[in-house]
Design a protein around this ligand. Structure first.
Ligand SMILES: *C1O[C@H](CO)[C@@H](O)[C@H](O)[C@H]1NC(C)=O
Ligand SMILES: *[C@@H]1O[C@H](CO)[C@@H](O)[C@H](O)[C@H]1NC(C)=O
Ligand SMILES: *[C@@H]1O[C@H](CO)[C@@H](O)[C@H](O)[C@H]1NC(C)=O
Ligand SMILES: *[C@@H]1O[C@H](CO)[C@@H](O)[C@H](O)[C@H]1NC(C)=O
Ligand SMILES: *[C@@H]1O[C@H](CO)[C@@H](O)[C@H](O)[C@H]1NC(C)=O
Ligand SMILES: *[C@@H]1O[C@H](CO)[C@@H](O)[C@H](O)[C@H]1NC(C)=O
Ligand SMILES: *[C@@H]1O[C@H](CO)[C@@H](O)[C@H](O)[C@H]1NC(C)=O
Ligand SMILES: *[C@@H]1O[C@H](CO)[C@@H](O)[C@H](O)[C@H]1NC(C)=O
Ligand SMILES: *[C@@H]1O[C@H](CO)[C@@H](O)[C@H](O)[C@H]1NC(C)=O
Ligand SMILES: *[C@@H]1O[C@H](CO)[C@@H](O)[C@H](O)[C@H]1NC(C)=O
Length: 755
């Protein structure tokens, strides 16, 4: 079993408390299984293939959660493979912009946001655990890596080993919400079905709050569980456990029915056989936890057999399920409007696939308010132009129809194409020059790639019409020093000037750079030209407000930074833990760029191709090795964002910043989003006393809660599309499970009933 200090070192404390499946439990349970002679993975095979041979669909897709867990932990560890992965990981982790700071972050971050983590030291610890026999199966190895990186609470940073991501999706089939009865009492947790019953007045009982989960205080249980998420802010993490209309509006691109149900990255978190909910009225309700698998598991006889058939053999029939259609390239029409999202009114100007929509609010008192709902910044080529046109059309229409107030609803916005964030800002503040300062962590590979790329680009002028696509992609990359401008808006004169390194708070970074939004390669990078709609601001800063549920990450954080720091626009944050403190508006990763690891590998190979003297350099190690070939999903945050005029050198990721106003979710807001907009308009423009939290912002007891790692947020520019697309696919795949898109219910009255 895990010694206590071992678990703490690895950041596994929350696993022990919130998912009390320790290896010791596992051993006991294995002895109690109904068919003790059958290996756990063979039991899975029997459950998923009841007749033993391929049968007509539908076949079962679910097994009890504990059998899935026992199966995963029965896959013997291939130590050679594990050691190779541990050797290779630092090559990529060296690109993580916050790698050094995470070891010793600014005190305010540690006090109010998350604990420090030394990731490279953690790898050594994992290696030692393998040597000492604490880690002896593939899943425990993969999970230790996942949790170690998860402790960074950086939505751009992940390494998901095949066995962790590919085989099972754990699920608790009961979505919850946390709501305040009247918008001012402390929020309490309810089963979403109860809230629906209340809303439609078709239940005979009075819904009762959930006070305990698995015999623990419900809030404490949920706060611990929420720490499995990838967001950094604790209130945002808490919100992400619950059913949320904006997440549902994104379909498979959102985090489904909420982290409590196992949506998003919650699906990797192993579960006990059941979850017991205890309500305030004394009723107890036990739900069976499950694990779903898309794999057939045909004839799988043991963990070792599973590894052979599923992890190693890509084409195995044990993997193949004819009833599952894996998402491939998007079908046509994805730049078109879809049906209005559940719980939303009909948009006045609908955007592509509910990635953006413009609304008015029905009802007296709100005639002058327009709402631009922006739950995404796209990140996929098919909808870039349609996305931009939607905001252009809507803003013009709203203004010309007398809407003097503008709500920008950013709930659930995990990012997307960086330059779409700039474009929306420019449409609202055309006279302002967006700052968006960013920097890489200096490392030898960044420098060498830049030397190689900047060495060849002079061969041809920067020209969007360039026929040589290799040259074009190199010229459009960060590693051509002509890309980007200096902090004060001048061209870089050399790669040496761009790369630095500059020592900031004892760590080395490249020079601050900023996107050059008039660069000829902007359309190549983002699919659009950055416009700006007119030469004067129409809405004044105080006529605009941003609302978030804390889930504002990546490009959303870039946009929010421009809007608040340069546009002086105020923010309203929704939900949060059950207290009356102030909360942050931007609770997701504030890093400015994600790379997929394969992208780094490809850059390194290209650099060697252009300058053969680099064959013997640090770049030679970036071959497609074990870490990449066994990765189900990965990402690295390569750029810090830094604030205009801030001399502290601290990346935005480590800054704690309260929203200007906090509102609790009410029951109605979880069924009809217009209730949110009305409350936001009231608080912003007529009654600021509606905002919660005049008192102290921080409750130290929360700091004692466990310290762990959930959801992904993506945002590269076009030149980083490979990474973006891979991660988008990964996210879509993750959420296909939790969204249960094949469930038989139809949508009722604008909401999606849980199924
Ligand atoms: C900017 O304002 C001037 C003067 O009002 C006007 O002539 C011009 O068309 C405007 N430009 C744009 C792009 O709106
Ligand atoms: C263990 O992994 C190594 C590296 O991938 C591989 O060469 C070897 O065949 C594996 N051994 C087994 C028994 O699968
Ligand atoms: C109440 O009505 C809603 C909307 O028609 C429906 O989805 C839900 O299943 C009903 N609940 C019960 C308990 O009948
Ligand atoms: C207690 O509350 C739960 C959850 O709202 C509900 O399902 C149950 O029917 C209630 N029990 C009684 C006796 O009212
Ligand atoms: C829930 O799981 C526990 C084991 O963790 C088991 O002892 C208990 O009987 C289960 N309860 C129900 C109602 O299935
Ligand atoms: C599974 O085993 C059965 C019986 O031995 C055999 O007929 C079938 O072909 C096997 N299926 C696969 C996919 O190996
Ligand atoms: C494109 O440009 C690269 C870099 O200068 C060069 O190596 C390559 O030969 C060019 N390809 C063609 C087809 O001209
Ligand atoms: C931005 O890009 C444009 C077009 O390529 C170029 O003319 C301009 O000099 C660049 N600005 C800076 C500051 O590099
Ligand atoms: C961007 O502007 C350039 C120059 O006006 C134009 O050629 C190009 O088609 C535009 N691209 C997009 C995607 O609008
Ligand atoms: C390769 O890189 C070295 C070191 O930066 C440099 O001296 C040399 O000129 C480069 N060669 C080419 C062909 O760019």
């Amino acid at each position: 079993m895990w010694p206590c200090e071992v678990a703490t070192l690895l950041g596994l404390a929350a696993l022990v408390t919130s998912s009390p499946i320790s290896p010791a439990d596992n051993v006991n349970r294995r002895q109690e299984t109904p068919t003790p002679t059958l290996e756990p993975c063979a039991q899975v095979s029997v459950i998923l293939n009841p007749s033993g041979v391929p049968t007509d669909d539908p076949r079962p897709t679910e097994v009890p959660a504990d059998i899935a867990y026992q199966c995963l932990t029965s896959i013997p560890l291939n130590v050679t493979s594990a050691k190779a992965i541990l050797f290779e990981l630092p090559l990529y982790l060296n690109w993580q912009s916050t790698l050094d700071v995470l070891k010793d972050p600014p005190p305010e971050y540690v006090e109010k946001v998350q604990d420090p983590v030394d990731i490279l030291a953690g790898l050594d610890t994992i290696s030692a655990f393998i040597d000492q026999g604490y880690i002896s199966d593939e899943w425990s190895f993969g999970w230790a890596l996942y949790r170690l990186l998860g402790a960074a609470h950086d939505g751009h940073l992940a390494y998901i080993l095949d066995v962790v991501g590919e085989i099972f999706s754990f699920s608790r089939p009961v979505p919850l919400v946390s709501v305040s009865e009247d918008g001012s009492k402390l929020p309490a947790v309810f089963a979403y079905t109860d809230i629906l019953g209340l809303h439609f007045k078709n239940i005979s009982y009075t819904p009762s709050a959930i006070v305990k989960i698995d015999d623990q205080d419900a809030n404490a249980f949920l706060e611990d569980l929420s720490q499995q998420g990838s967001l950094q802010d604790r209130d945002a993490l808490y919100n992400n456990l619950f059913y949320n209309l904006a997440q549902i509006s994104l379909g498979v691109g959102g985090s489904g029915l909420g982290g409590f149900t196992g949506a998003g990255r919650g699906r990797y978190v192993p579960l006990n056989p059941n979850t017991t909910l205890e309500f305030a009225n004394g009723t107890k309700f036990t739900i069976a936890n499950t694990a779903k698998s898309y794999f057939s598991f045909q004839n799988v006889t043991s963990g070792a057999d599973l590894r052979r058939k599923i992890v190693i053999d890509e084409d195995s029939t044990a993997k193949f399920r004819p009833d599952v259609i894996t998402p491939v390239s998007p079908p046509p029409g994805l730049d078109q409007a879809a049906a209005p999202p559940l719980g939303y009114p009909t948009p006045v100007v609908p955007g592509p696939q509910n990635l953006i929509n413009g609304f008015y609010i029905d009802g007296p008192g709100y005639e002058n308010v327009a709402v631009l709902q922006v739950p995404s910044f796209v990140s996929s080529s098919y909808a870039e132009v349609a996305f931009q046109i939607t905001s252009q059309k809507f803003l013009q229409k709203a203004w010309s129809e007398g809407k003097t107030k503008l709500i920008i609803d950013l709930q659930a916005n995990g990012g997307g194409t960086i330059l779409q964030g700039y474009d929306l800002f420019k449409q609202l503040f055309p006279a302002l020059d967006p700052y968006g300062g960013n920097r890489f962590r200096y490392n030898a590979a960044v420098d060498l790639i830049g030397q190689a790329f900047s060495g060849v680009v002079g061969q041809s002028p920067r020209d969007a019409g360039l026929k040589n696509i290799t040259l074009r992609s190199i010229q459009a990359s960060y590693f051509d020093y002509h890309t980007d401008q200096t902090a004060d808006g001048k061209p870089f004169e050399s790669w040496a000037q761009k790369v630095g390194p500059n020592t900031v708070n004892e760590d080395d970074y490249t020079s601050i750079s900023r996107w050059n939004i008039t660069d000829v390669y902007i359309p190549y990078q983002s699919g659009i030209n950055i416009t700006g709609s007119s030469n004067q601001t129409r809405w004044r800063s105080e006529d605009i407000v941003l609302i978030t549920d804390g889930y504002c990450a990546s490009t959303c954080s870039i946009f929010a930074e421009l809007m608040t720091q340069q546009g002086h626009v105020k923010t309203i944050a929704l939900g949060g833990r059950s207290n009356a403190n102030k909360i942050q508006a931007v609770g997701g990763v504030k890093g400015a760029n994600i790379y997929q690891w394969g992208y780094i590998q490809q850059y390194a190979a290209q650099a060697i191709h252009f300058n053969e003297t680099f064959q013997t350099s640090a770049l030679k190690q970036y071959t497609s090795g074990e870490a990449l070939s066994r990765s189900y999903g990965n990402g690295i945050n390569v750029r810090d964002a830094v604030r205009l005029g801030d001399d502290s050198g601290i990346a935005l990721q480590f800054k704690y910043e309260e929203a200007d106003c906090r509102l609790y979710f009410t029951p109605e807001m979880t069924v009809s989003v217009a209730a949110i907009w009305k409350a936001a308009a009231d608080a912003q423009w007529s009654d600021p006393s509606k905002c919660i939290g005049s008192g102290g912002y921080y409750n130290p007891s929360n700091a004692k809660r466990a310290t762990q790692g959930k959801t992904t947020t993506l945002s590269p520019a076009r030149s980083q599309m490979r990474g973006a697309q891979a991660l988008r696919q990964m996210k879509a795949f993750e959420n296909t499970f939790s969204m249960q898109t094949n469930c038989k219910h139809e949508a009722h009255d604008g909401f999606m009933p849980p199924c």
